[in-house]
Write a protein that binds this ligand. Structure first.
Ligand code: BTN
Length: 243
């Protein structure tokens, strides 16, 4: 039987995304699960996502809606734009969107997003959007390619995780509704806050390291870049950056 509940919170989970993946058959579209601490939190490229208990917002969202699933590449940008909008309301300056799905403040990472697809009987059936927002962490242990920051470090005050969670849930619901209706405002915001725009970066594209100049984000959500004077596009999943 399907659970009617759509919001869950736990003290401790292995990972909010793994939780949804394992229970996807009994849960409804847009089920939201958060926790205070993950014992096996994961990020992109098989990296570990560390977060001390009760310091940050860790959650995942289950997407079963076929129209949204087909919009995979829009969903990752739309999720990041939703978070960016919520953080903007906290008067955090210098927010940017790092294509395809991170949110930066002052060039430091404040939020990471991991989109995972699940197939059943060979058919893409569900998407799981896992999001970690650094809220009240004051120091970060470990090695990072991009330096991390938190809302608290940027604003010099502690933030209520519960209040933030409600705002984030509401914003994601609103943005996904607009996305389903064909609204492309999320792309405008992403372009206006495009961290990589006009930057020369190293990108590993399909396992080959290339020096590219980033130009813009295309209507199909790909990143438009130039390499040796030739314009091209990359899709998320094909690339890792070395800035
Ligand atoms: C990244 O930047 O590499 C993405 C990080 C995503 C981390 C979140 S925390 C909540 C959810 N559960 C996980 O195990 N990962 C995501």
């Amino acid at each position: 039987m399907k659970s009617l509940k759509r919001k869950f919170h736990y003290e401790k989970l292995d990972s909010t995304s793994t939780f949804l993946k394992c229970r996807r058959f009994s849960l409804r579209n847009f089920t939201f699960v958060s926790c205070d601490y993950q014992t096996d939190g994961h990020g992109r490229l098989g990296r570990t996502w560390h977060s001390n208990p009760k310091e940050n917002l860790l959650f995942s969202l289950l997407i079963k809606d076929e129209k949204l699933i087909k919009n995979f590449s829009s969903l990752s940008i739309c999720s990041a734009v939703s978070i960016l909008k919520v953080l903007k309301n906290y008067n955090i300056d210098n927010l940017s969107f790092k294509w395809p799905n991170d949110v930066y403040v002052d060039g430091k990472k404040v939020c990471g997003i991991l989109l995972e697809s699940v197939s059943d009987n060979g058919k893409l059936s569900n998407l799981i959007i896992g999001i970690g927002i650094n809220v009240n962490s004051k120091q970060f242990n470990g090695e990072y390619i991009v330096p991390p920051t938190s809302m608290c470090l940027q604003l010099s005050k502690d933030i209520s995780i519960d209040k933030l969670k409600k705002q984030v849930y509401r914003q994601l619901k609103k943005e996904f509704y607009l996305l389903k209706k064909g609204n492309k405002e999320y792309l405008k915001i992403a372009r206006e806050h495009n961290f990589l725009k006009d930057k020369q970066v190293y990108a590993k594209i399909n396992d080959k390291l290339c020096k590219i100049f980033v130009k813009d984000i295309a209507d199909n959500n790909a990143l438009i870049y130039e390499e040796d004077g030739i314009e091209n596009q990359i899709f998320s999943g094909e690339v890792t950056f070395h800035i």
